[in-house]
Ligand binder design. Structure first.
Ligand code: NAD
Length: 380
């Protein structure tokens, strides 16, 4: 074998090494529209892969691939935790969302999604909007999270916020032996689509809040809301939210909020909020646990939106979505109790619970094929 041949084989294996336990990676190339996308399917033992589609001006193919692989794996765990009949997938489109979008590009993307015959369902994520997917929907019916006008469930931040409130109830059960939300103080970071609704829900139960946001309007709105309830709101500066003398920190703005700098400042007993990827590294989860701070794993407590999107394929029914979202209480409590029993972090306990769900089902199913039409997809 020549050196050149050996090199190309080695390079091929590098790609497979990167794929690790992922089932499939699809490279989508359409020169006519400029579409360059990667669809990563991590695991379909629980059902077809589900995950949003990002659009970002990645600097290299490697960077785009890493993102697709990492995010699709995260979706497998999130789907397993929420007990929806989906596996994990994610798509990334390489391009600048401000300048590189066109209806034709999203139609081409829709054709690639359709070519997978139902192994992958997708929708909006960072850099993409529902307007983009309305073009993709002309080519495939595997788009989820669509507006009510197009037969979808509408604003997913409503079940997400509801799920966070159930997760906080489970946290109060674990910390104080009670389910209610009142009599506990909360420090909320971010009053956006999710955080504002969580704050409203807490105020309606008479809770006392410390809040921060960089948007003055949201701060004013929640202060006005507090006047109509028996709860209270104290506004604090952005950087001061971590050191508040509150019982629970509720991060609802951005990821990486549990890091070397903030861990030193926390005086809370627990962290339970909607932000994705709250732990900067796994080790920060260990540090929280050493400090005796309970942490609700983000991908479980914020899964209400995913539950709604997955439920869309049974036909829209808000009551059913909210009933399913209540299970977040049980999942969070199960994780807390398991972590205590096994003396591991709550994130480690959550990951183990999801891996067990996938392994148990894997004994009955192999991976998902396009001929296994999901009976629950009314659009089939
Ligand atoms: P959003 O953009 O509507 O809200 C974020 C809020 O954080 C905004 O009000 C913003 O002004 C505020 N903010 C930004 N920087 C801040 C800072 N330095 N200090 C204080 N506040 C700051 O987003 P969202 O949809 O409410 O999502 C919030 C978090 O929850 C994100 O991490 C998101 O990924 C995650 N999440 C959201 C959903 C959903 O259904 N929307 C589902 C799962 C996870």
């Amino acid at each position: 074998m020549s050196l050149v041949e050996k090199k190309s084989i080695t390079e091929e294996f590098v790609l497979f090494d990167k794929m690790s336990e992922h089932e499939q990676v699809v490279f989508c190339n359409d020169p006519a529209t400029g579409l360059r996308a990667i669809i990563a399917i991590h695991d379909t033992t629980l059902g077809p892969a589900l995950g949003g589609c990002r659009m970002q001006p990645y600097n290299s193919l490697d960077e785009a691939l890493e993102d697709a692989l990492r995010l699709s794996k995260g979706m497998s765990y999130k789907c397993a935790a929420s007990d929806v009949d989906f596996g994990g997938g994610k798509a990334v489109i390489i391009g600048d969302p401000r300048t590189d979008k066109s209806p034709e590009l999203f139609r081409a993307f829709g054709q690639f999604v359709d070519s997978l015959g139902g192994r992958f369902y997708t929708g909006t994520d960072m850099g993409t909007t529902m307007d983009d997917f309305i073009h993709a929907m002309k080519e495939t019916n595997r788009i989820v999270g669509v507006p009510e006008a197009y037969g979808g469930g509408g604003d997913s931040s409503i079940p997400t916020a509801m799920g966070v409130l159930y997760g906080i109830k489970a946290t109060n059960r674990m910390l104080f032996g009670k389910d209610g939300l009142s009599g506990v103080t909360y420090a909320i970071q971010g009053l956006g689509k999710v955080g504002y609704k969580v704050a409203e829900g807490l105020l309606e139960e008479g809770a006392d809040l410390f809040v921060t946001d960089i948007n003055e309007e949201s701060l004013h709105a929640i202060q006005e809301k507090a006047k109509t309830t028996s709860g209270s709101v104290t506004v604090v500066a952005s950087d001061d939210i971590y050191s508040q003398e509150a019982d629970i920190f509720v991060p609802c703005a951005f990821g990486g909020v549990v890091n070397d700098d903030t861990i030193k400042q926390f005086k809370v007993k627990a962290i339970a909020g909607s932000a994705n990827n709250q732990l900067l590294t796994e080790d920060h989860g260990r540090q929280l646990s050493e400090k005796g701070i309970l942490h609700a794993p983000d991908y479980i407590i914020n899964s209400g939106g995913l539950i709604q999107v997955a439920d869309e394929l049974y036909g829209v029914n808000k009551e059913r979505v909210l009933a399913k979202t209540k299970h977040i209480y049980d999942s969070i409590l199960e994780v807390y109790q398991q972590a205590e029993l096994d003396r591991v972090t709550t994130m480690e306990a959550a990951n183990k619970m999801c891996e067990k769900r996938m392994a148990d089902r894997g004994r009955r199913n192999s991976f998902y094929t396009s001929s296994m039409k999901p009976k629950w997809d009314i659009r089939n």
